[in-house]
Design a protein around this ligand. Structure first.
Ligand code: TYM
Length: 352
């Protein structure tokens, strides 16, 4: 006997997550957070501080707490409204771990073996990586599908994980198609195929020290990235020291080919100012790099300083941040729990 449950159609819904590890940088802002802010105008959004993903590599507990509050503060300082949208930390909604386990039993080892991020993060010492780091992408699929989210804004580095999420959704729908139908859903699609939203102006911000490497929290050089909490002096120093080549900026886009550092700085300028590369090169092409860099310093300080200041103000009151996370977690749970009940029913688990 199958238990009767009512399966509802998909609500258009955005979900994304950011890890509370290290400092947030310009890549996180342009590739993800700035776009989270824009999406709240048109979508119901759920933004998650993924503390359970963070512990796939060793974390200092106090530092994890601090970083969780800091990412929450960054969301709010960048302009996400926690009253309208849901902001919460992953560990507070048990469904993430529960659904991840189900997906560990759906995903194939061969699929996980293809994940390039695991290979990069585990490095040569793969035997010594945590099992959690290996299974990271199934937890990420659970994050998204627990809310049956339909759109996921991320930077380009997350593309492969999104493809895996779609594969897991498809296999679950396929494996349990009869059961899902028997439980009363017209079509056999229980989980949606979430759409990756990667096409922002800066889906891959590169290191300021090496235009062929992605800007990353784990780069040993502080000069490789602009942090959201950097002050005006740090921003200016890092941009002035940013690697460039000896040629002046070109006047046409074609002239950026084979010049990754120059291209990266133009991309950053464009994403911060909402201007196209053509437009920027029309203004700065042919001129000295130093003139363009100064303009980029001014723009970066004007864009990032207010966010950094607001983040500092918010983290100075941890009780208020924790209250926002508690409220967001309760709202997230209210969406997740009925989904988990349905998933358990689909699987055949007896539940009270
Ligand atoms: P994380 O915490 O590494 O990064 C957060 C977001 O920032 C983007 N990003 C970048 N975008 C452009 N250029 C860069 N250099 C750059 N570096 C980082 C990332 O693509 C990401 O969108 N696995 C995720 C977190 C996650 C998640 C999820 C995301 C967990 N569950 C569910 C979406 C949906 C991660 O480690 O992001």
């Amino acid at each position: 006997m199958t238990q009767a449950v009512t399966l509802k159609p998909f609500t258009p819904r955005v979900f994304s997550g950011v890890q509370p590890t290290g400092n947030l940088h310009l890549g996180n802002y342009l590739g993800a957070i700035k776009r989270f802010v824009a999406l709240q105008e048109t979508h119901e959004c759920i933004y998650c501080v993924v503390d359970m993903h963070a512990i796939t590599v060793a974390q200092d507990p106090d530092e994890l707490t601090r970083a969780t509050r800091e990412v929450t503060a960054a969301f709010i300082a960048a302009g996400i409204d926690p009253k309208k949208q849901i902001i919460f930390n992953q560990s507070q909604v048990a469904g993430h771990a529960e659904l991840a386990w189900v997906f560990n039993c759906i995903a194939r080892i061969g699929w996980l073996n293809r994940m390039t991020q695991f290979k990069e993060k585990a490095g040569k010492d793969r035997e010594n990586a945590s099992l959690g780091l290996y299974a990271y992408p199934t937890l990420m699929a659970a994050d998204i599908l627990l809310y049956r989210a339909t759109a996921v804004p991320v930077g380009e580095d997350q593309k492969q994980h999104l493809e895996l999420t779609r594969d897991i959704a498809q296999k679950f729908n396929f494996d349990f198609a009869d059961r899902i139908r028997a439980l009363g859903l017209e079509s056999a699609e229980y989980f949606p195929q979430p759409e990756p939203l990667i096409a922002g102006p800066a889906p891959r911000v590169m290191s300021l020290r090496d235009g062929t490497k992605k800007m990353s929290k784990s780069d040993a050089s502080e000069y490789s990235r602009l942090n959201l909490t950097d002050d005006a002096d740090a921003i200016a120093t890092k941009i002035r020291k940013a690697k460039t080549d000896p040629e002046p900026l070109p006047s046409e886009i074609d002239g950026l080919k084979g010049r990754p550092e120059a291209e990266n700085l133009v991309t950053i300028y464009g994403a911060l100012s909402n201007r196209t590369a053509e437009d920027i090169l029309r203004e700065y092409g042919g001129g000295q790099f130093s003139t363009f860099k100064q303009a980029l310093v001014d723009l970066s300080v004007a864009s990032l300083s207010p966010i950094g200041d607001e983040m500092r103000r918010l983290v100075a009151d941890p009780a208020s941040i924790d209250a926002i996370l508690a409220e967001g977690s309760a709202r997230a749970r209210a969406i997740a729990e009925p989904v988990m009940r349905e998933v358990r029913a689909i699987l055949g688990f007896i539940q009270s």
